[in-house]
Write a protein that binds this ligand. Sequence first.
Ligand SMILES: [Zn+2]
Length: 86
Amino acid sequence: MCQCEDTGEGMSRFTDLIEWKYMKTCKRCHEEKELSEFCKDAVEKDGLRRICNPCNREQFAQWRERQQEAEKPKNQFKRDVAASWI
Ligand SMILES: [Zn+2]
């Protein structure tokens, strides 16, 4: 029997990412994670974001929430103004 399927399970897709085995500490949650947990960012010295993907998502969600909160009064004002014209 060929054992390829057992021994090589999941390895083929990692062979071209061999440099990703190093760890990096997230500047937000301060957890040490694999480099594959970080987005690429050309602005950074090491070419990777300072915060991990889960933190990045969280931060973006919070940012979007704030944006929506910031938009709300304006939209409300527009609606009020529009309503006063009718
Ligand atoms: Zn993090």
